[in-house]
Design a protein around this ligand. Sequence first.
Ligand code: UD1
Length: 392
Amino acid sequence: MKIISVVGARPNFVKIGPFIKEIEKHNVHGKESKSLERIDHILVHTGQHYDKTMNKSFFIDLNIPEPDINLGIGSGTHAEQVGKTMIEFEKILRSERPDWVVVVGDVNATLACSITAKKENVKCCHIEAGLRSGDLSMPEEINRLVTDRLSDLLLTPDKLSVNNLLNEGISDKKIRFVGNIMIDTLIDNLDKANTKRISSILLDNRISTEEIIDSFLSENMEYALLTMHRPSNVDNKYILTSIIDLFINEINNKITIIWPIHPRTIKQIKNFNLWDKVINAENMLLLHPVGYHEMLYLNKNAKLILTDSGGLQEESSFLGTPCITLRWNTERPVTLRRNGGTSILVGNDIKKIRKELLNTLNSSIESVKPELWDGKTALRCLSSILEYDSGL
Ligand code: UD1
């Protein structure tokens, strides 16, 4: 059997690692028992994320093999990224003729490669299927809808996602509830993350060349972790300025904020002439995008996290870190406090962010781990593909 797996952007790398390891285990086991068919695996990187900090460091940290093929797509508008990926990926499919294309998550690579696979009559499996925010202004929601509509096998992280797919009329024969593959990576890497030190994370990744004041470097300092990159938060000058002003002018005496900044956000902060303000803020420490283990350490030890990232909502829920989600909706309702998670939605309404930030600073939150977020999802993903092919 031949499988092509596809990655394009940072969140994909965290999801594909455990799947590749499971294929390797299958092949070792197959050699010993001689009864299992070998799986030939090809990893294709579309090249959407290319900076060292957004890309290569993740492959090294997570011990993911170098991609066999890099399509080198790079930056561009959505249509440019999707169009170029389809043109290049079609050539790969025509020369390799795989049995399956496996796509993960909801980025432009997921959409482009699932469409191309189906047009070339190759079976497509979507890992992390069934998530829905209901918000079509999010590019990722369009990617999810199209990919799920086309895929032959839909592997979901939770039962709410199974219901979403059934409600859209998708046959239950195509759907398997397998759990959250990103949590496989998290569990596998917790020990390494625990060896990190806050002082070295800050010194190694800081953007400012000014000296870091000593209180920032104390190992038991209290801090809030901030990440923001969604167009809804960073592409509008008024919204981005109000959020930054809240953190700098009102929260400054309450908590220190550690902010690993996404390239899209840096660009916009500079475009809107806000750079001097954030780099000189006394309660804020700006970092380059950090590695996987550093992020896991920062997340696990934060007093709270403020984010618009999908993955961080899930990771903080699993770790029990209170999360204030800077979005009006989420495709991951399993992470919400009302469903046993640690997250609350505040959008980009300054009054709401202020209220929930202060509430969360003064309270503690208990969380429950969702079903099958147990570190064994990748095994269930691969078994689902093998069972599908043997007609089970
Ligand atoms: C993408 C995903 C999003 C995911 C996010 C995580 C889509 C539609 N969106 O958004 O779901 O949460 O990645 O990071 O696929 N850039 C660099 N260096 C890089 C990569 C990007 O400087 O290595 C710049 C690009 O020039 C671009 C901006 O960052 O201007 C945004 O990159 P892009 O790939 O378009 O999407 P993200 O916003 O990162």
